[in-house]
Write a protein that binds this ligand. Structure first.
Ligand code: URA
Length: 433
């Protein structure tokens, strides 16, 4: 078999055989296929895509390029949740404890921030003492004991994806629907859960900028999951505006705590309730209607908050921060971004909002950058709202004054204003299937 022939075949839009896909994924991981040939192959997939069977085989090989986690030491049905990325997305911090409070099991491996999108692990690590890298045995014990543990993905989960993602990043092939589907699902399949809930984000702060592409991505990922024998459901959510009011790390943890107390922003709370209900439904704990009631009750009774505190304690974190979020200290510098004339917010560029947070220090400019847990943005008004001159649109936080000044200039590009009323944004756009 020759890589040249495989590239040529894909370039012409033909379907690759299982043997050809195995040859190219395994060969690339072993270093036998050079980056330049894999780059050409990725670009061929970008234009010619992959059919259902090819994509399932490709994803399966990527998953099996490293450890396939066996979660059978944890009792019950394990349900995973994954978001395709967003700005202000702290849903795991709320949803995972709520599911555990209602009797579900969540053994979750999460990621760090990627580009302008934040990552759950960076957010969790803003809690003093919190460990996100623990032994497999401890991870299993915590889930068996309290129902939930969230840790960082180990280096051996889908190493093929790690190598391919780095290459896609520099060859303009990240925004390919089959490649995104394979990248995400390879990690989900390797992480071992029985069922998968996917949050496919759509809009200016997501990889998928329109509903049509998001539906195509949702369909591809659900088909990959089902072909691998894992029941998979996708919920398409709006990322044309940031999720909730906080974008950063410790300020997002505080918002998650407030949401578990029933005081969270309504858009964020709605999404969390729906995800937690679907996870209970997939975990066969309750039907959807009952699940929705159970989740609301877990907020009202404080049981969801107790689960978050228990998980933080079990992973070495200081649980007093969960009950007393005022202990999280604010960044040294802050500044308000103020409305300069009366008008409606007609549009937000949510990707730019995420990039503003990165400039402030909440994300990484380079792979080696350190996260500033206190940096970020609090957003008070979003698309569809009428705002008067002099009102505060957002507050920016940073530990470095120069970064704050740079971000103050950058955030101007986030908002488009007008005199015409526009409808506020719907949070949930569609379900697949
Ligand atoms: N997230 C991933 O893990 N992979 C992609 O390709 C895009 C988003």
């Amino acid at each position: 078999m020759r890589m040249y022939d495989i590239i040529d075949k894909k370039k012409r839009g033909s379907e690759l055989s299982t043997e050809e896909i195995t040859y190219l994924v395994d060969g690339y991981v072993k270093g036998e296929i050079p980056d330049y040939q894999m780059s050409a192959f990725l670009m061929a997939v970008y234009y010619k895509e992959m059919v259902k069977k090819e994509l399932s085989v490709f994803t399966d090989r990527m998953a099996k390029s490293g450890d396939m986690v066996d979660l059978s030491a944890i009792d019950g049905i394990k349900v995973d949740k994954h978001s395709t990325g967003g700005v202000g997305d702290k849903t795991t911090l709320v949803v995972a404890p709520l599911v555990a409070a209602c009797g579900g099991k969540v053994a979750k491996m999460s990621g760090r921030g990627l580009g302008f999108t934040g990552g759950t692990i960076d957010k969790l690590e803003s809690i003093p003492g919190m460990q996100t890298s623990i032994s497999e045995q401890k991870f299993f014990d915590i889930v068996n004991k309290i129902g939930v543990s969230v840790i960082g993905q180990s280096a051996d989960i889908a190493p093929a994806d790690k190598k391919l993602y780095a290459l896609r990043d520099v060859t303009a092939t990240v925004d390919s629907i089959p490649l995104i589907a394979a990248s995400i699902m390879s990690k989900k399949l390797a992480s071992g859960s029985d069922k998968i809930l996917l949050d496919v984000t759509v809009g200016s702060g997501a990889f998928m900028k329109n509903l049509e592409d998001a539906q195509k991505l949702a369909k591809s990922m659900v088909e990959i999951g089902e072909n691998a024998g894992r029941k998979t459901v996708a919920i398409l959510t709006n990322m044309d505006v940031p999720l909730g009011e906080a974008v950063g790390n410790n300020i997002e943890v505080v918002e998650a705590i407030e949401t578990l107390k029933g005081n969270g922003p309504k858009d964020f709370e709605k999404i969390c309730l729906e995800f937690a209900s679907y996870m209970l439904y997939l975990g066969e704990i309750a039907d959807l209607e009952n699940a929705r009631q159970m989740v609301k009750e877990a907020i009202k009774s404080g049981k969801g908050l107790e689960k978050l505190a228990a998980m933080v304690k079990a992973q070495g974190g200081d649980e007093s921060y969960i009950y007393h979020p005022e202990k999280f200290t604010e960044a040294q510098y802050c500044r308000d971004f103020i409305m300069s004339e009366d008008g409606y917010i007609v549009k937000m560029d949510t990707e730019k909002c995420g990039k503003t947070a990165v400039i402030l220090g909440a994300g990484r400019e380079t792979k080696e950058s350190m996260i500033d847990p206190r940096a970020g943005i609090k957003i008070y008004h979003k698309t569809g709202e009428y705002v008067k001159k002099g009102e505060v649109l957002a507050t920016l936080y940073a530990s470095d004054e120069n970064k704050l000044f740079e971000a103050m200039r950058y955030i101007e590009g986030v908002y488009s204003f007008g005199t015409q009323k526009v409808d506020p944004q719907e949070e949930i756009l569609a379900y697949y299937p």
